[in-house]
Design a protein around this ligand. Structure first.
Ligand code: 6YU
Length: 497
């Protein structure tokens, strides 16, 4: 009897699908996944494009090496290119940043010398490493990664000659804008310095899925019976610590109420919705509301926006050997507080472009990332407005006023997605890794009916937050928590017989 608890999983992103899979293969059969949208995958979202795919959400396996569960599964399911499976690739230490074999253009249409690029990139990487290694004892909890790096820049500035100082500052400004995209934040001044080193980088050269990142979710899901996931089923309120009668006349502690009026009773609910959604719902999503330390974790942790602007060009105008094109705005500096005119200046937040792989399948595509408030502003513009801004930007940077505009543009709007409300989490100034653990803690955590509501999702993983592998591990963790609990109950039950 202990083996048949009713478990509801809210959300069919990778953490939810993995939790369902883990429970299912352990014999749990009373499973339901309730998903608000019409698809699985959540922030993993691949779009068929030409003869291949483009990624609107997660793009790379960060650190594809044996200890990365996304990599493990993807190789097991044969979803990766053979190069991604080589030993050299798995051992490469990319420090979490893609190799910047890059060309850097300024807004005056000039190229920046490779020597300057190499020199500043090296300095910046060293500072970033230092920011990950500050000693916790000496660290002021109010300090930020942005503040730390800016202090290093200010110290170094005194050594630079006036002829190159401005270009170096402008280049560093672009690197910090790029860092905002990696951390999913408006500014690195929002990212807490003391816990920054807790985020763990895995070795391996970041790689992509030739059949789309979503192929991984499809594979995991395929082991589940077809009716396990209910789509277009938005959960409105989770009532817990109650006594709700099921159609089998049993009394359950939890009842899940959907927007469309449907009700489901359960012994346990695993909540995998994004931190952005939880922040927006504040207290309404759970009844009774969450204990203070959990509500505070939701409030304190950071959840920002990054978006992609993907453009197809008839002909590539870039060097085919380069993976990235960096944009450098002369006159911008991380040390200056410039007041921005959003309409005119939002594009200045774009640090550059990635040249998308497999052009023989998808055509000649560039992908820009943009973080923060400028990214959210971009979401309010029409496709035509974004296209004309991007065309003007590229003409300015290449110095070619006749550069043909992209033939197609696709951009994401992660902040406007009602069931995501941003991109991914970071440990913000004013919060710490303890908040991540608090968010992950089930309620109640003790007593006769523990673990009524459990929490998974990328933001609940202390060392791999913001990633697909963090999300995957969090789903497994919560499934395992229930499996261990029922094994214990079975043992007690058998002993007493
Ligand atoms: C990665 C990468 N990547 C780019 C962009 C984004 C993200 N990530 P989900 O939201 O997926 O699922 C929840 C479901 O719940 C969802 O389906 C909802 O519809 C549903 N739901 C919500 N409310 C509901 C309700 N009320 N009722 C019912 N259902 C409801 N990760 O590994 N590689 O390249 C990128 C990138 C644009 C938006 C990414 C990347 C993040 C992952 O996509 C994300 O973590 C997981 O997919 C989340 O899965 P989940 O199940 O938790 O939630 C040093 C240092 C520091 C920091 N970070 C460095 C790492 C950088 C991360 N890199 C990102 C880069 C890109 C390009």
């Amino acid at each position: 009897a202990h083996r048949s608890p009713a478990v509801i999983i809210v959300g069919s992103g990778i953490s939810g699908v993995v939790a369902a899979h883990r429970l299912y293969i352990n014999g749990y059969r009373r499973l339901r996944v309730l998903e608000a949208t019409g698809r699985s995958g959540g922030r993993i979202r691949s779009l068929a494009y030409g003869k291949g795919f483009i990624e609107l959400g997660a793009q790379w396996i960060h650190g594809p090496s044996p200890n990365n569960p996304v990599y493990q599964l993807a190789s097991q399911y044969s979803l990766l290119d053979p190069e991604a499976l080589t030993k050299e690739n798995q051992e490469e230490d990319g420090d979490g940043h893609l190799p910047l074999c890059s060309i850097s253009h300024t807004n005056a249409g000039k190229r920046i010398s490779q020597a300057l690029v190499a020199n500043i990139t090296e300095l910046y990487s060293a500072w970033l490493k230092q920011s990950q290694n500050v000693s916790k004892e000496e660290c002021d909890p109010k300090s930020s990664v942005g503040g730390f790096i800016k202090q290093k820049i200010a110290e170094k500035l005194t050594e630079w000659d006036t002829a190159t100082a401005d270009t170096k500052l402008a280049f560093l400004n672009g690197l910090l804008n790029h860092e905002c995209c990696i951390s999913g934040t408006h500014s690195m001044d929002y990212v807490a310095l003391c816990p920054y080193g807790e985020y763990t980088l895995l070795p391996g050269l970041d790689c992509t899925f030739p059949g789309g990142f979503e192929s991984l979710v499809t594979q995991i899901k395929s082991a589940l019976p077809n009716d396990t996931i209910l789509f277009n089923k938005t959960v409105k309120t989770i009532h817990w610590n109650g006594a709700f009668q099921g159609s089998d006349a049993r009394i359950y502690p939890v009842q899940v109420q959907c927007e469309d009026g449907d009700m489901f009773v359960a012994d346990h609910v695993i909540v995998t919705v994004s931190l952005g959604f939880l922040k927006e719902q504040a207290s309404g999503f759970l009844s009774p509301p969450l204990p203070v330390h959990k509500a505070q974790a939701i409030q304190n942790l950071g959840f920002g926006t990054i978006n992609k602007i993907i453009m197809e060009f008839k002909e590539p105008f870039w060097d085919p050997d380069c993976i990235t094109i960096q944009l450098v705005w002369e006159g911008e500096s991380p040390l200056a507080q410039s007041k921005i005119n959003m309409k005119q200046d939002w594009v200045k937040k774009i640090p550059g472009f990635f040249v998308l792989e497999r052009p023989e399948k998808i055509g000649h595509l560039l992908c820009a990332f943009i973080a923060g408030q400028e990214s959210e502003y971009m979401e309010t513009l029409t496709d035509d407005e974004v296209l004309s801004s991007m065309t003007a930007l590229l003409r300015q940077f290449t110095g070619n006023p006749n550069l043909p505009p992209p033939i197609r543009l696709i951009r994401t709007r992660w902040s406007s997605e009602p069931y995501t409300r941003g991109s991914y989490s970071h440990v913000a100034v004013g919060s710490s890794g303890k908040d991540v653990d608090n968010l992950a803690e089930p309620v109640p955590n003790y007593g006769a009916k523990p673990f009524q509501v459990l929490f998974a999702g990328e933001a609940t993983h202390r060392t791999f937050y913001s990633t697909t592998h963090g999300a995957l591990l969090s789903g497994r963790r919560e499934a395992e928590r229930l499996i261990a609990r029922y094994q214990e109950l079975d043992m007690l039950h058998n002993k007493s017989k």
